[in-house]
Design a protein around this ligand. Structure first.
Ligand SMILES: Cc1cc2nc3c(=O)[nH]c(=O)nc-3n(C[C@H](O)[C@H](O)[C@H](O)COP(=O)(O)O)c2cc1C
Length: 212
């Protein structure tokens, strides 16, 4: 698949078919992640691959606890703006989109500064770098014909999931990534279409029309 086609086709997938992801494809996808720009040239990233229900359920225990408490959103229905409808669709699937993904990846980065108390933007370099890795993974998975779900750990979820899979001290979990083939009838949340010309400023900000 051509690069621009992969960029256009990538969307967050929250409903998967049962079709497994081959080990060879997982390795190609994670190898693309490893080619991302690295904050300190070290590429100190690690990937925990979970395929069995038991492994996934153990790592996602705290996501399930959180998801079980989201009854209000579950009942809010698909009303409102595209962003509100996306949330109404996504929140009830935060656990299922990970536990039902044929392959669950926990990417880890080594936090070499206190990224939860940054003193300047560059204190976040290791965090920025893992997000480059994550986007490469999304694009590679798309190019392979798969899709990815992704959730940011809330509260204490990240350290707890890290502990559950035995992550070494200093390694942090930026998100969970589910990989698999999208279900044929998986819902596709409506996107805002923003012409690039609306966001280009030559030389200086020419105008600013916040769209929210
Ligand atoms: C930093 C970041 C955090 C996100 N967190 C979540 C999340 O916790 N759960 C989720 O279902 N999607 C999450 N998403 C996915 C967004 O909802 C999604 O990217 C957005 O709605 C645009 O849709 P698209 O990815 O299909 O193009 C996150 C995306 C980003 C970039």
């Amino acid at each position: 698949m051509d690069f621009y086609e992969a960029v256009q086709k990538r969307h967050t997938i929250r409903e998967f078919s049962d079709e497994p992801v081959s080990e060879a494809a997982i390795k190609r996808i994670l190898s693309a992640g490893m080619l991302a720009p690295s904050n300190n040239h070290m590429r100190d990233w690690e990937f925990v691959i979970l395929k069995t229900q038991e492994e996934k359920q153990t790592a996602l225990r705290y996501v399930k606890e959180w998801a079980d408490k989201q009854e209000e959103v579950k009942q809010s229905g698909l009303k409102g703006t595209p962003a509100q409808r996306m949330y109404a669709y996504a929140i009830p699937r935060q656990y299922t989109m990970l536990v039902q993904a044929p392959c669950l990846i926990l990417p880890f980065f080594r936090a070499i500064t206190d990224i939860l108390h940054p003193s300047a933007i560059h204190s976040l370099n290791s965090f920025a770098s893992i997000w480059c890795v994550i986007e490469n993974i999304f694009l590679a998975a798309t190019a392979e014909g798969y899709g990815c779900s992704m959730r940011i750990p809330v509260g204490d979820e990240g350290p707890q999931a890290a502990k559950a899979v035995g992550a070494p001290e200093g390694y942090m979990l930026p998100c969970y990534i589910g990989i698999g083939r999208a279900k044929e009838d998986a819902e596709k949340p409506e996107q805002y279409v923003i012409p690039i010309e609306d966001r280009l400023h030559y030389g200086k900000f020419s105008y600013f029309l916040p769209s929210f």
